[in-house]
Design a protein around this ligand. Structure first.
Ligand code: DC
Length: 224
């Protein structure tokens, strides 16, 4: 189990997919589960800004998991949400939903259950601190707010959903960071002993190399 935390746009997904591919570890995007919770709230008319309503609703959400192309994919009632999880509305409400303890408890239980599929590389905000704090390989990936906002904007352009200016992307990202790192339950922070990598001036290859170089000896030997 490799655990990778950091704020939005620090490059966690790209790094996790690449490192997972090199080692044969399945990639798990834990943020997708918080986004699924938010998507389900919106679909079922639950106000995502009302923590009590969200807490009452959280235990009713059922998620199915399947291994596909080197990652764990998530489904709700047989439907894969895909880009429905990446809308500006879900970007906005995922942080307040993720601050609700009942949501965190449910997602944490799902994540811990995924070890049944084998070796994982799990990315998120509290993987190194709360979900798998005993992992032998824990990383904290950061980058400047400008670099993170620009990466997010380019991703949205590539997906054809670029309906926000660079400044709007930056503001929405910083608003999420603020909620994620100041919430009461499992806030985003660097875990003691986690390896911090600042990707602001690094290429993806360089970050991947830094992660691989810091892995326990036995895992480094598995890199293909
Ligand atoms: O990584 P992301 O943007 O897809 O995450 C969506 C939201 O979920 C974001 O507000 C942070 C939150 N999150 C969290 O609280 N804990 C995690 N392990 C992963 C994501």
């Amino acid at each position: 189990m490799i655990a990778l935390d950091g704020p939005s746009g620090a490059g966690k997904s790209s790094v996790a997919r690449r490192v997972g591919g090199l080692l044969g570890f399945l990639h798990v995007d834990s943020g997708a589960l918080y986004r699924i919770m938010t998507w389900q709230c919106l679909l079922h008319g639950v106000d995502p800004a009302d923590p009590e309503a969200v807490a009452a609703f959280a235990p009713t959400v059922q998620v199915e998991c399947a291994v596909r192309q080197g990652a764990v994919a998530f489904f709700v009632e047989g439907r894969e949400p895909g880009d429905a999880l990446r809308t500006p509305e879900i970007n906005r409400y995922a942080s307040p939903v993720a601050a609700v303890k009942a949501v965190r408890d449910r997602v944490t239980a799902w994540l811990r259950g995924l070890t049944r599929f084998g070796d994982l590389i799990v990315e998120g905000r509290d993987i190194t601190t709360a979900v798998f704090p005993g992992s032998p390989a824990r990383f904290y990936l950061v980058a400047s707010a400008e670099a993170r906002a620009e990466r997010r904007r380019l991703e949205e352009v590539a997906k054809g959903i670029a309906d926000q200016t660079a400044e709007e992307v930056r503001r929405s990202l910083l608003a999420r960071d603020a909620i994620d790192s100041t919430r009461q339950h499992a806030p985003l922070r660097k875990a003691d002993g986690a390896v911090e990598i600042d990707s602001t001036h690094l290429t993806l290859d360089e970050v991947v190399r830094a992660v691989v170089d810091a892995l326990p000896e036995g895992w480094r030997g598995r890199v293909v």
